[in-house]
Design a binder for this molecule. Structure first.
Ligand code: ADP
Length: 183
């Protein structure tokens, strides 16, 4: 079940599947502050992309000590078809009173800004923070769609933004929200 809409001349798509199989200039990773790899989508990206991604991550970590929550850094995409992987660190959900929503929005903004700087035309996002970091899925979907829509309204350059949902629940949530007039 793929959904596709156009906002401000940019195609926004929802697909269900594995982000490592996605064709886009940039694949986004839901990393952690250490940048040293983890489980979930992070593990999948490192496995599929090979050791070159971790080598770049280690270089960045040695230079600037990892990546803060809400930040974004880029590395090679290794063996993936993409040009770059952008690693962003989502917030751990801690009840909602710890700036979680703001920080998740910042992840999307910083990642999209970096994508523009890298001259990317297409970018694929996983559902940042909705796995091990336990961010409520519906709220996360609202934030993701809102930030992406706001960004393409204000910036020219991207042609296609893909939300790659691993699970059916997220895929349905994103499809529904994307098609609703306020989404
Ligand atoms: P976080 O720590 O930010 O919560 P996770 O990797 O645990 O990161 O989960 C983020 C989202 O990525 C979850 O919705 C999870 O289902 C999804 N995910 C896990 N593996 C993949 C994959 N191979 N492709 C796309 N999404 C994935």
């Amino acid at each position: 079940m793929d959904t596709q809409i156009e906002r401000f001349n940019v195609i926004i798509r929802v697909v269900q599947g594995d982000i490592t199989c996605c064709k886009a200039d940039i694949i986004v990773n839901a990393a952690n502050t250490s940048l040293l790899g983890g489980s979930g989508v992070d593990g999948a990206i490192h496995r599929a992309g090979g050791p070159a991604i971790l080598e770049d991550c280690v270089r960045i970590r040695n230079k600037q000590g990892g990546c803060p929550v809400g930040g974004a850094v880029y590395t090679t995409a290794g063996k993936l078809e993409a040009q770059y992987v952008v690693h962003t660190v989502g917030p751990v959900w801690n009840g909602g009173d710890h700036q979680e929503e703001e920080l998740l929005a910042t992840c999307y903004r910083h990642t999209l800004q970096l994508a523009l700087e890298l001259n990317a035309r297409s970018i694929a996002f996983p559902n940042i923070s909705t796995g091990i970091y336990r961010f409520p899925k519906e709220k996360a979907a609202e934030i993701a769609i809102q930030e992406v829509t706001r960004f393409v309204q204000e910036h020219v350059g991207l042609n296609e933004i893909i939300f790659v949902c691993f699970d059916a629940e997220n895929a349905q949530l994103y499809s529904r929200k994307l098609q609703s007039p306020i989404g």
